[in-house]
Design a binder for this molecule. Structure first.
Ligand SMILES: [Zn+2]
Length: 396
């Protein structure tokens, strides 16, 4: 929001040296109406940038404009909506983390509207297939029917249908080969994964039962010693490249960790997690895991988890300065490509470079991401002060 600011002319009157001179002239402008309005809205937890939507009464045809909250999650955009979303996340985290009964998840039966859209979509898809075969269907070509099918998919989604029927859409072929083969299996025993998600119950000496949950923090390895403010003690030896690559691929490592953990412990481990930067800017992971897993098991999974990055090598600079690739609209198969400025050779695209790497049996991964060996795991009981503190970490 807008703060009252210094008048521009006041800068001229400020002393130019550090000696105590005359007091700078500060002129405070009156707050702007919009700023006041936003301040009052935030104070009352009301959205400061509501979105106008037109609502039409289908019987009378009368239209009115209603305002719905923007729902933004960043406090810098809308403090009120961000705070409301934060509270909601905290509630979801608390309820999900310490769940003691297996949740029953059912799918609602499709309603009349959803059925109607689906019927239309089936007709449009049939017309599209016909047009693809004969050139036209009902006087329109395949591209027209493709667009109709896409519109109907959007309507289905809007009507609350989840998932998609993308059978007809082969425009993007998925890259599945080599990188998958190259992700070597972790050195861990595997168990079949049970659909159970809640943790085990423990019985105390007094006969009381309790079902602890787990709060886990994982970090990345050291790249060199850092000072209290997170800056390297010795910038010469600090491994900036590894720090940057680790940060870039951290999310893949987290996915892999969860996958390995589920296979190792043999049940469908559920979690609520937040990734945030440490002072040295390396990301670290806080994870509220439903149920409890021993430290020894966690340590084993953390040690065995890694993610390999199969990218072309970056150790040699090929083009720099004035010597840069040139774009040519006529090059390549897909409407243009980059040429070598000296030889005029068409340079490979990113996908082609990855394909070449996949076929090279001697290739090495550009980078391997692993967690640091230090793991922090604590058992947390439902509705305890510990639990509230951890949920605070996760829903900042
Ligand atoms: Zn808002």
């Amino acid at each position: 929001m807008r703060q009252p600011t210094l008048d521009d002319t006041s800068q001229d009157t400020r002393p130019s040296s550090t000696e105590p001179g005359p007091e700078p002239v500060v002129k405070t402008l009156a707050p702007l109406a919009r700023g006041v309005l936003e301040a009052v809205a935030v104070e009352h937890g009301v959205c400061i940038r509501p979105v106008p939507m037109r609502r039409v009464d289908l019987n009378t045809g009368a239209a009115e404009v209603v305002y719905v909250p923007c729902g933004h999650t960043l406090a810098s955009v809308c403090p009120s909506c961000a705070e409301r979303k934060r509270k909601l996340r905290a509630v979801q985290c608390r309820q999900g983390w310490h769940l003691s009964e297996e949740p029953i998840i059912t799918r609602a039966d499709p309603d009349a509207e959803q059925r109607a859209w689906m019927e239309l979509r089936a007709q449009a898809a049939a017309a599209r297939d016909l047009a693809a075969e004969n050139g036209t269907a009902h006087g329109e070509d395949a591209a027209f029917w493709d667009a109709v099918v896409r519109d109907l998919d959007n309507e289905l989604e809007r009507a609350g249908v989840r998932g998609s029927l993308k059978a007809g859409d082969q425009s993007k072929s998925r890259r599945t080969r080599s990188t998958r083969r190259r992700q070597d299996a972790p050195d861990l025993p595997r168990r079949p994964v049970d659909s159970r998600t809640v943790g085990k119950v423990f019985r105390g000496k007094d006969g009381n039962t309790f079902r602890p949950s787990l709060f886990l923090t994982l970090t990345l390895d050291s790249y060199g010693r850092v000072r209290g403010d997170g800056t390297p003690v010795d910038p010469e030896s600090y491994d900036y490249a590894r720090a940057a690559r680790d940060a870039l691929h951290f999310s893949k490592l987290v996915d892999r960790f969860v996958q390995n953990l589920r296979r190792f412990v043999g049940y469908d481990v559920q979690y609520f997690a937040a990734v945030e930067p440490q002072r040295r800017l390396a990301p670290h992971l806080h994870m509220a895991i439903r149920g409890t897993i021993s430290r020894a098991e966690l340590r084993q999974v953390v040690a065995a988890t890694y993610h390999q990055v199969w990218w072309p090598s970056t150790d040699r600079v090929v083009f720099d300065g004035e010597h840069l690739p040139v774009w040519d609209d006529a090059a390549g198969d897909n409407g243009g490509g980059y040429l070598d400025p000296t030889t005029g050779e068409v340079l490979p695209t990113w996908d082609e470079a990855l394909d070449a790497l996949g076929e090279d049996a001697d290739a090495e991964p550009l980078h391997v991401v692993k967690f640091g060996r230090q793991i922090d795991a604590q058992g947390v009981l439902a509705d305890s002060a510990d639990s509230r503190r951890c949920i605070g970490y996760l829903t900042k």
